[in-house]
Each structure stands twice: as structure tokens, then as C-alpha cells.
Ligand binder design. Structure first.
Ligand SMILES: [Zn+2]
Ligand SMILES: [Zn+2]
Length: 283
């Protein structure tokens, strides 16, 4: 008897939204296609990443947050090194296909992914650089300089797993800083909740934490006259630029939305806002 064909694999919501975005804004096609490739690569690894082995006792987490110490150390990240090597190499391939990496950087990544003795300290250096007590030496820092966007993508399945585990235990209310309470990374997106609270979203582990509505998370500037804010016509996205440090942060305004924020979709849908920010002198 002939077997029925396997049911079509359901596409994750993010990929469906990205395809829709591509239809509506063909000028974003290149960025959308890269993002879809990256999501598909990450999904291959994501499902088998184990939970981090760490003490998730709520009072211990709160004590760390109150002390201003990001919770997750490098040793606790459940990295499978052969999966990570696969992700580093295939992320580089995808970025090359979509012209998102310089040829020299591509060669550097290839060499790095083949050399286990260099890869581990390089990844550790990248991870710890965003944390209060930096580790690692000069030569390692050279290994990762300029490759941060690629490493961020390759490390994402491991770090988001940690974020899932920890955010099930705490909402980071005791954390008052602009960098990530979990991994120490910087925010690269934010969401304004229906209750008008602002949550910052970590560029590395995608954890979300509450932060002052207006203050600049990068330099703590709270002077309203030195913060420029503008929104897209539909009110769905906002951008806050800081005139003190000249950095900016984009936001998804859930008060004007019919769905929840999706970092990988909204970061691409707002590429025109990035261009507007750069035009105004922010970086
Ligand atoms: Zn983080
Ligand atoms: Zn600032």
C-alpha cells in the first residue's frame, strides 16, 4: 500500500510574517530572505538545546538582580560545540549568499570555525565582553572583532534557551540597568506594552526587562529635551534617539498592534527607521 505523503511541516509564525512583509515591502527582500535562512538554521539546533544547569531559585535570582550582576555566566550556557560550529559556518554561508558579510570576514569565520582551540576562547570573549568583569586576552578579541553580528546569530539558540528558562522564574523587576539582566548584552529593540510600560529586548538572548519609559538605556540620559522620538505613520513603531550619546532604540508599540512583538520580524520591518535615524546623525 502506498504511504500518504507526509503532512506539510507547519511554518513558524515568524516565517509566515516575514513572507508577508516581503510581499508588502519588496525593497526589504534581501534582508527578509537572510532572516528566513537564519531562522531555519537556528530551528534545526534549537529543539535539542538542553536547559542550562543553574540554580533558578527565585530569591537567589532576585539577589543577583539587586546587586546588578547579570545572571548567566558563560559556563552556564549549554553550548554543544559541534552544533555551534555548524551554526557559525552555515550563518556565514547564508550571510555570503545574501551579501551581508565582507569576503575577508567570511574567510576569518571559516578559519575560526575549523580551529577548536581558537573558537572556544573567541566565543567566550564575545560573551564576556558585555559583562562587568571582562575575561580573555587581546589576540582573542582580535578573532571576534567585526564578527559580532554573526556570532550573535550563531549563539542565539543557546542563549534564547537560557532566557526561556530564566524568564519562567523572574520578570527582572529588580533590575534597573540598561543592559540585559541575563547575559549583560545591549538592547536592540523594545516594546511598549498596552499598559504603557517599556520593556527592552536583548540583542543576544532576547530576554525582556522593564526599563524607564524615557531614559536612554545606553548613557542613562533622562533629559527629555535631549531625546528625540518619532513614530511610523501607523503608530506601530517608534524610535527614540538620544542626543547625549547619539544612539537610538526602536520600539514596537503594542498599543497600536494586532499581534505581539516578534523581534526577528519587527527588526526587519523597521529597517527604514534605521535609515531615518542614521540620516539624523544617530548610530
Ligand atoms: Zn541578554
Ligand atoms: Zn544616550
Amino acid at each position: 500500500m502506498q504511504k500518504p505523503p507526509p503532512p506539510p511541516r507547519t511554518e513558524p509564525r515568524e516565517i509566515i510574517e516575514l513572507r508577508q512583509l516581503r510581499k508588502e515591502q519588496p525593497e526589504l527582500a534581501q534582508a527578509v530572505d537572510l532572516q528566513i535562512d537564519l531562522l531555519q538554521l537556528q530551528r534545526r539546533v534549537q529543539s535539542r538545546v538542553p536547559l542550562p544547569s543553574m540554580n533558578l531559585d527565585a530569591s537567589r535570582l532576585d539577589a543577583m538582580l539587586e546587586a546588578g550582576t547579570p545572571i548567566l555566566t558563560f559556563e552556564q550556557v549549554p553550548i554543544d560545540w559541534s552544533d555551534l560550529r555548524f551554526l557559525v559556518r552555515s550563518t556565514a554561508d547564508a550571510m555570503r549568499t545574501h551579501e551581508a558579510i565582507e569576503p575577508d570576514d567570511f574567510k576569518r569565520v571559516e578559519a575560526l570555525s575549523r580551529d577548536a582551540e581558537r573558537l572556544e576562547p573567541a566565543i567566550r570573549n564575545w560573551y564576556d565582553k558585555a559583562r562587568p568583569v571582562p575575561a580573555g586576552g587581546g589576540s582573542v578579541a582580535e578573532d571576534v572583532a567585526g564578527l559580532e553580528p554573526l556570532l550573535l546569530q550563531a549563539m542565539r539558540p543557546f542563549l534564547t534557551r537560557c532566557a526561556e528558562a530564566v524568564t519562567a522564574r523572574t520578570s527582572f523587576q529588580a533590575w534597573v540597568h540598561g543592559n540585559c539582566p541575563l547575559c549583560g548584552g545591549e538592547p536592540d529593540f523594545s516594546v511598549i506594552t498596552p499598559a504603557a510600560e517599556r520593556l527592552l529586548i536583548c540583542a543576544r538572548c532576547t530576554a525582556r526587562w522593564p526599563f524607564d519609559q524615557l531614559a536612554c538605556p545606553f548613557c542613562r540620559n533622562t533629559d527629555r529635551s535631549r531625546i528625540t522620538s518619532f513614530a511610523t505613520r501607523d503608530g506601530l513603531y517608534r524610535l527614540n534617539g538620544c542626543d547625549a550619546c547619539e544612539r537610538y532604540l526602536k520600539a514596537f508599540d503594542a498599543r497600536h498592534a494586532h499581534r505581539a512583538v516578534m523581534l526577528v520580524v519587527d527588526a526587519i520591518a523597521t529597517l527604514p527607521l534605521d535609515a531615518a535615524a542614521v540620516q539624523r546623525g544617530y548610530r
